[in-house]
Design a protein around this ligand. Structure first.
Ligand code: ASP
Length: 336
């Protein structure tokens, strides 16, 4: 089951329209980021770790949906597990900013009523996805940032941690490499500058469809390694990194956030389906192509109102997995 061929993934992606009656519906899809994910720079141990992280998230969300629970609860539960797993660039294990901090972004949206919540640039909230949900359900706002978001989360009794909780050594070393590269660039020693291996992504996200046909989407990230000046990416921006509408689709994105913001990626998938009547796989692929044509890279996961899923990306790989209503699980890392 592990790392099934992408051919199988594509055939799953295309199982739409009339075929949908004969096949199982997908109920939950997760991603753990897109980027330079190749067989050459993986070890069997690392593959096993990523696999078990994605599996744990899929199972936690699946259990909720199987028990008749809501897509929103399933998304929150799955994303929390990935936030707690230090392998992924969200919650513990987030990348560092240029000045050595972890600043986290997250958002969640409920397709039933198109309510949404997000937090941006937070530094002490253990599970930003839970804070984003609280913004949606317990405030009159959609997006809270920085200290205000943290004060709001504390007022809601959401778990906070010292900023050092998020620190991991691999991410810290990643920042140090980027800083060295920056300083070489400033000295104009272009010949010795290596491509930044730490520019890879690693955001997490989940889309789910429950037994009542409700869709939900959530995304959580530490953003991009070495980010500066309070940079905020697409993950907490509704319509860019996250979108859900019961009439169309739930989408969670990962990739170079600036391109996702400018192309309003998550909403664009929904808009193509709504206004052009495109099937999910066509809409999702068209939007990722647009990101690539503009010079951006990354991917997305999407689940439509009929339980079809798509997970296109234009990077070397994307950590991703899906589970159907019978509990059949698929996990993929690579392009081929
Ligand atoms: N989209 C995220 C950002 O730009 C990064 C990622 O997906 O890994 O902040």
């Amino acid at each position: 089951m592990f790392v099934l061929s992408i051919v199988i993934a594509y055939s799953c992606n295309n199982a739409e329209g009339s075929a949908s009656e004969q096949r199982e519906k997908y109920v939950l899809v997760v991603h753990g980021g897109a980027g330079t994910i190749t067989r050459q720079n993986m070890t069997p141990e690392r593959e096993a770790q990523y696999r078990s992280g994605l599996e744990a998230a899929l199972l936690a969300g699946y259990q909720i949906i199987q028990d008749g629970g809501d897509a929103l609860d399933a998304v929150e539960a799955a994303v929390r597990i990935l936030e707690d797993d230090s392998l992924f660039n969200a919650g513990k294990g987030a990348v560092f900013t240029n000045d050595g901090r972890n600043e986290l972004d997250a958002s969640i949206m409920y397709g039933k009523n198109r309510m949404a919540g997000s937090v941006a640039g937070v530094t002490i909230i253990k599970n930003p996805i839970t804070a984003a949900r609280a913004v949606m359900e317990k405030s009159e706002h959609v997006m809270l940032a920085g200290r205000g978001a943290e004060l709001f989360a504390m007022a809601q009794n959401i778990d906070t941690v010292p900023p050092s909780y998020f620190r991991t050594e691999p991410r810290w070393r990643g920042l140090q490499r980027s800083l060295r590269n920056d300083s070489l660039r400033m000295q104009n020693q272009t010949a010795v500058i290596t491509p930044d291996p730490d520019r890879k992504f690693g955001t997490v996200g989940c889309v789910a469809r429950d037994k009542n046909g409700n869709l939900a989407a959530g995304t959580s990230t530490g953003g991009m390694n070495n980010k500066k000046y309070g940079r905020i990416g697409d993950a907490p921006i509704i319509g860019a990194g996250t979108f859900a509408d019961n009439n169309t689709v739930a989408v969670s994105c990962t990739g170079w956030g600036e391109f996702y913001i400018r192309n309003v990626v998550a909403y664009d998938v929904s808009a193509l389906m709504e206004y052009k009547n495109m099937p999910l796989s066509d809409a999702a692929s068209a939007v990722i192509k647009k990101v690539g044509d503009a010079g951006g890279n990354g991917g997305l996961i999407a689940l439509d109102k009929n339980g079809n899923m798509a997970m296109p990306f234009n990077t070397e790989g994307m950590y991703r997995g899906a589970i159907t209503e019978s509990g059949k699980m698929e996990i993929y890392f690579y392009k081929d």
